[in-house]
Each structure stands twice: as C-alpha cells, then as structure tokens.
Design a protein around this ligand. Structure first.
Ligand SMILES: Cc1ncc(COP(=O)(O)O)c(C=O)c1O
Length: 403
C-alpha cells in the first residue's frame, strides 16, 4: 500500500525538475461561496499538468538495465507530455503511443519534450494495446498513467505541498480520472491529518466511482462523454480504488455545463486558464455538491491547463450561456421592410448588444412570406435575459431560446 514515506521520497526526486506550484487565495471565489478558497494552481506545473510528478518518480525507480531499455506508454494527453519530459530529463528513451486522431498540438508538445510519438489506433484502448506490444517486443518498461505506486506517490506530492502551504486547510477537492491523483493526495494528507476532508469529483459523463463505491468493487462504464478529456476514463485503477475506499470521504459529480461555467469564471475572475478536468473541483464547490460551513478553508485542485483553443471557444460560449451573458434566440417575422426594425428596437431599448443576425427564408417550417431570424445577443445576466425575453413575448414575438 502507498506510504507517506514513498511520497516524501518522491518529493525529493521531483525537486530539480517539477515546480512547487502556487496556492493562491481567491477573493472572488471566497466571496461567491462564503468559504475561504485557496486554488492549487497545478495548471502552472511544467507541461501544463501534474502528470510530470508521477512520471519523474516512476522513472527514478528504474534499474540501470530498465533505464537502458527505455520506457513506453499510451496517452492522448497530459500523461504523454509528462512522461516525455521526465524521461528526457533523466536521459531515458521514451516511446509514446497516441491514438491516430490525437490533437496536433498534443503530438507536437510530446515530441518537443523529447518523446518518440507512435500514432496507432482510434482510441486510447487501441493505443494501449500497441504500447503493450512495444513493451514486449522492445523490453521497455510500461509507465502506467495511474495504476502504479510510484506514479501515485509522485502525484501525492501535491498533498504535501498543500499541507505546507496552508496548514489550516479543512477540505481538499480533487478530480478523479483513473484515480492516481486523488490516491496520492489522499494518502499524503490523511496519513498526517486525518481531520482534513478529501472530496473526489468526476465528470457526470465519465463517472464510475460513485457506483463502484456503492457496489464495493470497480464498475467500469460502457462509454464516456465529457468536455473534461483529462478525466474521461471508463474506470479507475484497482490500486487507486482501494485507496479511495480507505481515504476519500465523498465522491461527487458535475455536468459539462457546470464545468464550462467554472472554467469561464476562472478565466474572467482569476485570469487563470484551466482545461475541463482542471475546473471540476471548483465546479463542485460552486454547485455545493458537498456540504461545507461558512468560512471553511477549501482547496480545489486545478490540476491541468492544456485545453485545445477550439474547445476553449465553445466552452466559453457555454459558460456565458450559464451566466446569462449570451443568448441565442429565434423568431419568425413578416418578410417586409420595417419588420426587423421593430424587433431590434425592443432589443436596443433593453440595452442588449447584438453579436449577429441571420435570416433564413428557405425553411419549410415557415410561410412563404415569412423569414426566420436568429439573433446572438450579449446580455448582462440571467435577470436581464429574462426581462428581454418577457418584453419580446409581450410584444407578440414567438421567441425560442437555443440552449
Ligand atoms: C488535467 C487532469 N486532471 C485530472 C486527471 C485525473 O488524474 P487520475 O487519472 O490520476 O485520476 C488527469 C489525468 O490525465 C488530468 O490530465
């Protein structure tokens, strides 16, 4: 079983390569939640995520013969980059198998950190099969992303840092994918401070742990679907699961919409960019998925910041929708001069800003003399959006809102 000693040893090994990431008090989020919120900014870690911690520690445990033979792993994301950089820094050759459609930015980053990238398979499972083949054929050591004691010990160093940076901490909130991160952090904290609560968070579209805990054994999902790609795993690992059973107080879930809102608020209020998985802990706090008292010292772990910029655009729009700051409406007008003016006059009176207007005349759903108008709007918040919709409907427009 993972020990505090192993995590302390990992911290020594990490010190020359990985960063001790900041723990920042958040005025904005403390006010919003009535808690005392400190953000563990692991998105500022080298390679943009915590994964390098586990990778460095695992590679440090290789025997001389294993070092010579090199390592191999499969990953489409942060683990790939972590292993590539950790291996390069240790002078160990690393082969990383990525699914064929892995984002170009991630492939490039992995190569930049010195990894040899092999593209194989349509998803993580197929990439993993190829990586296991390379392990056998080339005698390389497979570096598992989470189901490995040395990897979990490396991730656990975040727990040591949190206790040192804020000894008054009462609750730590940690995302769960394969469970290596929370297993490490929970061990580091509970073995020293059993009074500190550890809350795990999964994306609702990739949650297997709540059911597994209830069943007392791992219950993998058939499929996963979430914007938080870093934690889009069908199941936790066996070792992490046992530690979660022992040390984690509660595991909760958040939806993609809630993740988008937390991510957008982090950008706007904290000037901090995280990926979907990096926002789930804060989302769980915002949505009060677990109980806490006013003034409680809570640390959400923002574990990664590697988000694809195209995905970011969509996520921000979704976040603005949640905040009532972006509204897309559709209505039908007579296709005649002045009809549009009447509609936008109401919008202008309500002080809403129009981003775009689109006319659709070919839809079979509308009469030949009608035109369908789709308008994207900037509103000031949920109340403003509701008032605008009420004004439009009072004026006789049949308005539908795109969710
Ligand atoms: C940004 C980010 N957060 C959280 C996790 C979850 O870590 P674990 O799989 O150890 O639970 C991952 C895993 O890849 C990740 O990349």
């Amino acid at each position: 079983m993972l020990s505090l000693e192993a995590i302390r040893t990992a911290a020594d090994r990490l010190s020359t390569v990985a960063r001790v990431t900041p723990l920042e008090y958040s005025y904005a989020f403390s006010e919003r939640t009535d808690a005392e919120v400190y953000l563990k900014l692991e998105n500022f870690q080298r390679t943009g995520a915590f994964k390098i911690r586990g990778a460095i520690n695992r590679i440090a445990t290789l025997s001389p013969a294993e070092r010579d033979a090199g390592v191999v792993t499969a990953s489409a994301g942060n683990h790939a980059q972590g292993v590539a950089l950790a291996a390069t820094r240790a002078g160990v050759d690393a082969t990383i198998v990525m699914p064929e459609h892995a984002p170009i930015s991630k492939r490039k980053a992995t190569r930049r950190y010195g990894g040899r990238v092999v593209l194989e398979g349509i998803d993580y499972e197929e990439a993993q099969t190829k990586a296991r083949e390379i392990e056998r054929e080339e005698g390389r050591t497979y570096v598992h992303a989470f189901d490995d004691e040395a990897v979990m010990a490396g991730q656990g160093t975040i727990g040591l840092e949190i206790l040192e940076q804020q000894p008054a901490v009462e609750t730590v909130v940690v995302p769960i994918g394969g469970g290596g991160l929370i297993a490490g952090i929970a061990t580091a904290i509970k073995t020293q401070r059993p009074d500190v609560r550890i809350i795990g968070v999964q994306a609702a579209g990739a949650a297997s742990v709540p059911d597994s805990l209830e069943a007392g054994e791992i219950r993998p999902r058939e499929s996963v679907d979430t914007v938080a790609d870093g934690i889009a795993t069908r199941s936790v690992g066996q070792r992490p699961f046992e530690i979660i059973q022992q040390h984690v107080d509660e595991v909760v879930t958040v939806s993609d919409e809630e993740i988008a809102l937390a991510l957008t608020l982090l950008l706007e209020r904290s000037k901090t960019l995280v990926e979907g998985a990096g926002a789930v802990a804060l989302a769980a706090l915002f949505e009060e998925r677990f109980e806490y008292r006013d003034g409680e010292v809570i640390v959400p772990a923002l574990c990664g910041g590697n988000i694809d910029l195209n995905v970011l655009t969509t996520v921000i729009l979704r976040g603005l929708v949640q905040m009532g700051r972006y509204l897309k409406i559709t209505t039908v007008l007579k296709d005649q001069p002045g009809a549009l003016q009447g509609l936008i006059g109401i919008i202008a009176d309500q002080q809403a800003n129009i981003y775009s207007i689109h006319h659709e005349r070919t839809s079979r759903e509308i009469g030949m003399s009608d035109t369908e108008v789709e308008i994207e709007l900037e509103t000031h918040g949920p109340q403003h959006a509701a008032e605008l919709l009420a004004e439009l409907r009072d004026a006789g427009y049949e308005v539908t809102v795109e969710k």
